[in-house]
Design a protein around this ligand. Structure first.
Ligand SMILES: Cc1ncc(COP(=O)(O)O)c(C=O)c1O
Length: 425
């Protein structure tokens, strides 16, 4: 019998990515009051993508610098970028940096960092030696950024939920989370959102982080920090790195993924970093040098050399005190606009429309949650109605991107939420 010509006959059709489909549907919608609250990208008060003024400046400096060429970067990335990015997350005086225990490689944004982080653990995490894919468990918060599960699965790890969000309180289920940490096998790997939890906007307080870190220390758990929003949560870069720095201080074994998509608005440049903190420096067992050598090997086999443009922009910003100060201003202006939208939305629902509450504390979760996203507490049917009847594009779990709200559309959005909650949309 002749071999089948259709060698992909059994390839299953995968549905389109939910978030990107939402944006495509939004673009195709001709309704004049349509609102896009799906995508996790910052928009200015006119609903437009925002190029940070400091990024514009850096681009001009790069364009005018005739010493720059288009050669390959080193495998680990632009050295001025990798050294500065580590300082940004761990702090200038970090003991881990001073002791030479941090291995940093430039990655394809936060997604690439998550990918390498999990792939590195899959190959080298000691407690996983000889284990099957099903046993190489990375515990992820329920819910989490949808891509975490795909990324971890794709490199031979198994994502398993841990309790995090409590729909009844629209807040953190701290007791269940702590109990889970205590009862998980020793040296388990836990993904933690460093700040501005996606999708809920619900972060532990400092006191709660301390309790969490104490259990990590006691149980020898591994912290897989994903930090995609440093500066975006509170408007302050150091503040948003507090949990990571606290875990380093407590000597919890950890890695940190960084992204400059959101805090520098460099979504398309794909600039990020993976930082693995070793117990020792140098070429000793468990030392940074060995870890670094394996990260380089991974990078080489996957992309050979990371891209230059985004690394140059971020490197200029991080290494020039004047540009750095301007960046901080830009970040706080984005964070402040989001905080303002939270206050406005709360005020409209609570005071203007007196919308019946969906949680135990009225609409206060809108202002207590932080970062780009808010979990509204709206149920899937209400979300569907908002989409189909109000032309408001949000995910079925009730998550909205606060950055999609502005002075021109917030009234319409609040009015629709009020109606949908009352069953009158
Ligand atoms: C929690 C989280 N991690 C990582 C990322 C990665 O984003 P990027 O690859 O664009 O840096 C995102 C983006 O939405 C995110 O929300």
């Amino acid at each position: 019998m002749a071999p089948s010509a259709d060698v992909f006959a059994t390839t299953p059709l995968n549905p389109p990515d939910a978030i990107f489909k939402l944006t495509a549907d939004y673009k195709a919608d001709t309704f004049d009051k349509k609102v896009n609250l799906g995508v996790g990208a910052y928009r200015d008060n006119a609903g437009k993508p925002f190029v940070l003024p400091v990024v514009r400046k850096a681009k001009i400096l790069i364009a005018n610098d005739e010493t720059l060429d288009h050669e390959y970067l080193p495998i680990a990335g632009l050295p001025a970028f990798t050294s500065a990015t580590g300082k940004l997350i761990f702090g200038e005086d970090s003991p881990a940096l001073k002791e030479g225990r941090v291995s940093t490689i430039q990655t394809i944004s936060g997604t690439g960092a998550n990918h390498y982080g999990a792939a590195f653990l899959e190959r080298f995490y000691g407690p996983w030696a000889g284990k099957t894919k099903e046993e190489k468990v990375i515990y992820v918060s329920n819910p989490t950024w949808a891509n975490h599960k795909s990324i971890f699965n794709s490199v031979g790890c198994t994502p398993v939920d841990y309790p995090y969000y409590d729909p009844k309180t629209i807040g953190l289920n701290l007791t269940a989370f702590l109990d889970f940490l205590r009862s998980a096998p020793a040296q388990s790997v836990f993904l933690l959102h460093a700040c501005a939890h996606n999708p809920t906007g619900v972060d532990p307080t400092r006191e709660q982080w301390k309790e969490i870190a104490d259990i990590f220390t006691a149980k020898g758990h591994y912290a897989f920090f994903d930090c995609a929003y440093q500066g975006f949560a509170s408007g302050d870069l150091d503040n948003d790195a507090w949990a990571v720095r606290h875990f380093v201080e407590k000597k919890v074994p950890l890695l940190v993924c960084q992204s400059y998509a959101k805090n520098a608005g460099l979504y398309g440049e794909r600039i990020g970093a993976l930082n693995v903190v070793a117990s020792h420096s140098g070429d000793v067992e468990g030392g940074a040098q060995r870890i670094n050598s394996q990260l380089l090997l991974m990078q080489r086999s996957e992309i050979s050399n990371p891209p230059t443009f985004g690394a140059r922009i971020v490197s200029l910003i991080l290494n020039d005190p004047k540009l750095f100060a301007e960046w901080k201003q830009d970040i706080s202006s984005m964070a402040e606009r989001i905080i303002l939208m939270r206050k406005k939305l709360f005020d409209l629902l609570e005071n203007k429309y007196k919308t019946p509450a969906v949680g135990p504390n009225g609409w206060s979760h809108i202002t207590s949650q932080i970062g780009m996203f808010s979990f509204t507490g709206l149920n899937p049917q209400q979300c569907k109605d908002l989409l189909e009847k109000g032309h408001i594009y949000l995910t079925a779990n009730g998550r909205i991107s606060m950055a999609g709200l502005n002075e021109s559309n917030i009234e319409y959005f609040a009015e629709c939420v009020d109606k949908v909650v009352r069953g009158q949309l």
